[in-house]
Design a protein around this ligand. Structure first.
Ligand code: HEM
Ligand SMILES: *[C@@H]1O[C@H](CO)[C@@H](O)[C@H](O)[C@H]1NC(C)=O
Ligand SMILES: CC(=O)N[C@H]1CO[C@H](CO)[C@@H](O)[C@@H]1O
Length: 497
């Protein structure tokens, strides 16, 4: 009797799930097509270790707008320029909000972030301050001397390797350098040892948050389970968030004291935010500027560092492009001074290399997720209110319909081309587009071009013993950003002349 009861309940549950899995979709008229999933898991098992690539493969079967079920969440994936445009541009009002992953929601005052708050008036206010006061050409110019001195230190550090003939882990150096480029832009100080001698707590903390945030977690796909924090993600990541807030508290307190003593200002991002705090109606307080600052570090450091690493990897993979790049930098800058941000305009080939790198290796391959605020018609299908929406920028950048020879690294394709990553060309979206396009783009553009040009300008590069351009490992590894699976190491050589 008892046995039968168990059997019955199992069967009923199973039928219930089957029912939801197979018939739910067809009941929604005109829902985007997609693969049929397993009970409970849905299509989670089909994502694999490189979701952007699996989704790209699936889109070849199901089309440029397809629907997957991840646990109990329905996710719609757009994989063409036209569907991306309809979502990011035409219907940006509908897609103003993002779902907040559990690991992100674990931070104190998540409502103070920029990337994860609903696109309401508070978000708009914060974005406006970013784009009119922080990421302007004028402001970035006024803070560029800090970044020049950081890149100088990077080049000096590489010199030690070149004298010893030892390989440099380019990604690790680029990540640490980027953290300091950003921390000098925000705080006018280094948060990572500029001599790269110590590992550095700050770097570890930022890294740990990114790792935790990058792992897909049960709570995100089964929101019912959220409060149990089954995998302990929230508890684990919270420790890092709290410590980072402590570090920021110390810096802010110091700054407030020095501002009391003198009217002199550094003019960095922190000063801008503290000035804003005094203005009525800005909505800023000490507690809510910290998550904003943290957002800039998290969103800006790994992305920019990785782009630099991938660019070097592609150049080492294709030595004739490296040669051509070096020639340009040496001709434009000469051998007697260091590269500056103001030189970037005169380095079209370096810029083309950065663009081509971002086409093949967009560090945020699926952009950040959106959530539909209402039912909406996209590409002839209906996306339902509450569905999550992702844009596969990686897939779009490799589509042979829009790109000749898409799998080859050809910076030349951007020479004299009007295509840019500023959100107008929907076949090329490494920074997203529309109202939530990356606000850090102007800074990223400077940092990556500057680092790359400086690394190439000061040294010639060769691969370590046993590695040839052909067998250099170019595998991608998916996290919150798209890494190289094997770090690119190369030996810097000082020119003999
Ligand atoms: C190569 C470097 C970078 C790349 C490829 C990149 C890419 C992106 C992408 C794809 C998005 C999402 C856009 C969307 O959903 O449509 C984004 C958002 C964002 N990025 Fe970047 N980013 C980079 C550097 C930076 C830097 C340097 C900063 C700041 C210091 C930054 C700050 C942000 C912020 C705050 C957001 C959230 C914006 C919002 O939701 O309103 N990023 N970025
Ligand atoms: C996607 O398809 C290509 C070509 O068929 C295949 O080589 C690759 O392994 C697939 N990738 C994934 C992640 O399924
Ligand atoms: C931080 C954390 O606990 N992440 C987990 C998220 O989910 C994956 C897959 O289930 C786990 O492997 C991670 O450990």
């Amino acid at each position: 009797m008892e046995f039968n009861f168990v059997l019955l309940s199992i069967t009923l549950t199973f039928l219930f799930i089957i029912n939801r899995t197979f018939f739910n979709r067809s009941r929604i008229k005109n829902h985007p097509p997609g693969p049929i999933g397993l009970p409970v898991l849905g299509n989670l098992h089909q994502l694999g270790p490189r979701p952007h690539e699996s989704l790209s493969n699936l889109s070849k079967i199901y089309g440029h707008l397809m629907s997957l079920r991840l646990g109990s969440i329905t996710v719609v994936i757009a994989s063409s320029p036209s569907t991306a445009q309809e979502i990011l541009h035409k219907n940006d009002q509908t897609f103003a909000n993002r779902p907040i992953p559990d690991s992100v929601a674990a931070q104190p005052h998540v409502e103070g972030t920029l990337a994860w708050v609903p696109g309401n008036h508070r978000w708009r206010n914060r974005r406006r301050i970013c784009s009119t006061q922080m990421f302007t050409d004028q402001k970035l110019d006024s803070l560029q001397h800090f970044r020049h001195s950081k890149v100088h230190q990077l080049i000096q550090h590489i010199k030690k390797h070149s004298l010893a003939g030892t390989p440099v882990d380019i990604g690790a150096l680029a990540f640490a350098s980027t953290l300091n480029l950003i921390s000098n832009t925000i705080f006018s100080i280094d948060l990572v040892d500029p001599n790269f001698e110590t590992a550095g707590e700050f770097k570890d903390l930022v890294w740990r948050i990114m790792e935790d945030a990058g792992k897909p977690n049960i709570s995100d796909y089964f929101p019912v389970l959220k409060r149990f924090d089954l995998q302990g993600v929230r508890r684990h990541v919270q420790v890092s968030y709290f410590r980072l807030h402590e570090i920021f508290d110390e810096i802010i307190e110091k700054r407030l004291k020095s501002r009391e003593l003198s009217d002199e200002r550094n003019g960095d991002f922190l000063d801008i935010l503290l000035d804003q705090m005094k203005e009525g109606g800005s909505g800023f307080s000490i507690e809510t500027i910290k998550p904003l600052i943290l957002d800039l570090f998290i969103a800006g450091s790994d992305t920019s560092g990785l782009t630099t690493e991938w660019a070097m990897a592609e150049l080492l993979h294709k030595p004739e492009t490296l040669k051509k790049a070096r020639k340009e930098v040496l001709e434009v800058i000469g051998a007697n001074r260091e590269v500056k941000e103001s030189d970037i305009n005169r380095l079209p080939y370096i810029q083309a290399i950065v663009k081509e790198t971002l086409r093949l290796h967009p560090p945020v391959p699926l952009l950040l997720p959106y959530v539909a605020g209402n039912n909406v018609e996209i590409g002839g299908h209906t996306i339902k209110k509450g569905n999550q929406v992702m844009i596969n920028a990686w897939c779009i950048g490799r589509n042979p319909q829009y790109w000749d020879d898409p799998m080859s690294f050809l910076p030349e394709r951007f020479m004299g081309s009007k295509i840019d990553y500023k959100g107008r060309d929907f076949e090329y979206l490494p920074f997203g587009a529309g109202r939530r396009i990356c606000p850090g783009l102007p800074l990223a553009n400077r940092m990556v071009n500057l680092m790359l040009a400086a690394i190439i300008h000061s040294y010639d590069w060769k691969l370590p013993e046993g590695v040839t351009p052909k067998n250099l490992d170019m595998t991608e590894q998916y996290g919150i950003t798209l890494k190289k699976a094997v770090p690119v190491c190369a030996i810097p050589i000082i020119d003999q002349n």
